[in-house]
Design a protein around this ligand. Structure first.
Ligand SMILES: [Zn+2]
Length: 413
């Protein structure tokens, strides 16, 4: 058969003569970083760490350490040095030119920095003092928090939660390579904590070539289910990848969300088309830049496509509705290596009598079942389930129960 000649089974000839790319997307920068030592190396590292000065990480930095360790932040091999940091803040690129939108830095107080010299090693510990990694401090440097806020978050307003976190952190950044010998301990979601190497292996096992990643820090309602299923019509599989690191206190807690995802997948998704795994990252609420960041991290987990909805990773009214989609066009084709799938507002339309979006439904607002986040919260607090056109009843039940438990003995969340 001639190469590329279509047959009843597709481009069979092409597949016979060309290597089949039957594994997930190559990692960002080309190689999946693995900073986690094992065996004798881990043992030696742990012993060395015992004699080093210890820096306890905030929960956000701990999330970063975990993602660095497992390669979720490939090609990063540690906390950013000054050249990378400045280039990322100014240009959304590492000093090497590789696209990268968010600083990944380790901020410490002046006192902590004073006791560490460049070229020295320090031990990185979790909040209880458990040491997990060694950082080779290549550089310590000062930085301009307001510039970071303005460029990365597009606002200097300290009431923005991501900006507030930058303003609250230490005034010196420590940059350098990390070697880890342990991952942060988690009591929850143990079976859902797949590393990028593990999701990639799972995709390969299932024979998926195209995988769409879905970032969420909310329960999945019908609108998001619809978007995911639109994507599933054209790709092999879905990585439902909820973020379970730090979020705002008024976001729905991760354990409740996980129960919602489980019941939704059991009842409404084909099991062989979805992988549910958690992303240990913390939310930064940086809107457009964080949308790029979320996409690149999912690329490292093996995704070829990534869903970007309205106001992705936004908070309040800091970002325009489509800013997080537009920003993808600021990169040259190929610079990101993952295809964004961009969606508009979706809803159930009573006249269409199906799920639809502003792109597909000609009817007016009266026909559409839409509820704001605030309206949904008020309904749940009052013990009222959102309508089935908005939420699957199994999901609504979990949310109502969870909200009642939280409202009754404590103040409203
Ligand atoms: Zn309609």
């Amino acid at each position: 058969m001639r190469v590329g000649q279509p047959s009843a089974r597709g481009f069979r000839g092409l597949r016979d003569t060309m290597p089949i790319r039957n594994q997930a997307n190559p990692p960002h920068g080309g190689r999946l970083v693995d900073l986690l030592a094992t065996g004798e190396e881990a043992k030696a590292l742990r012993e060395r760490a015992a004699s080093l000065p210890v820096v306890r990480l905030s929960s956000r930095s701990l999330s970063d350490l975990e993602l660095l360790s497992v390669g979720g932040y490939s090609p990063l091999e540690g906390f950013m040095t000054e050249a990378d940091y400045r280039s990322v803040v100014a240009d959304m690129r590492l000093a090497s030119g590789v696209a990268w939108p968010m600083p990944v830095t380790l901020a410490v107080s002046g006192d902590e920095a004073g006791s560490v010299g460049e070229g020295q090693e320090i031990a990185l510990a979790d909040e209880t003092g458990g040491v997990l990694a060694v950082l080779e401090v290549a550089e310590k440097y000062g930085y301009d928090r307001v510039l970071e806020a303005r460029n990365v978050y597009r606002t200097e307003d300290e009431s923005h939660p991501g900006v507030a976190a930058v303003y609250a952190q230490g005034e010196v950044l420590l940059g350098g390579r990390v070697r880890a010998f342990g991952l942060p301990k988690h009591d929850d979601f143990a079976t859902y904590r797949l590393t990028p190497a593990q999701t990639r292996a799972e995709f390969a096992r299932r024979g998926w070539r195209t995988i769409v990643g879905f970032q969420t820090r909310n329960p999945v309602h019908r609108a998001h289910e619809y978007i995911q299923k639109c994507a599933l019509e054209v790709v092999d599989g879905l990585l439902l990848h909820p973020l379970v690191g730090d979020t705002k206190s008024d976001d729905i807690p991760a354990d409740v969300r996980m129960r919602c995802y489980e019941v939704l997948l059991q009842n409404y998704y084909p099991a062989d088309r979805v992988v549910l795994s958690v992303n240990p990252a913390a939310m930064r609420y940086a809107g457009p830049r964080e949308a790029i960041f979320h996409a690149l991290v999912r690329k490292n987990y093996g995704c070829t496509h990534f869903i970007v909805g309205r106001d992705h990773a936004g908070v309040g009214s800091y970002y325009g509705t489509f800013d997080a989609q537009q920003i993808f066009y600021e990169f040259e084709p190929g610079a990101l290596g993952i295809t964004p799938l961009m969606f508009d507002n979706t809803f159930f339309c009573r006249k269409c009598d199906e799920m639809a979006s502003l792109k597909t439904c000609p009817h007016d607002g009266d026909a559409r079942v839409t509820l704001s986040g605030t309206q949904v919260r008020e309904m749940l607090k009052a013990g009222v389930a959102p309508p089935p056109e908005f939420s699957r009843p199994e999901v609504a039940r979990i949310l109502v129960e969870a909200m009642q438990e939280r409202v009754t003995p404590h103040h409203a969340i």
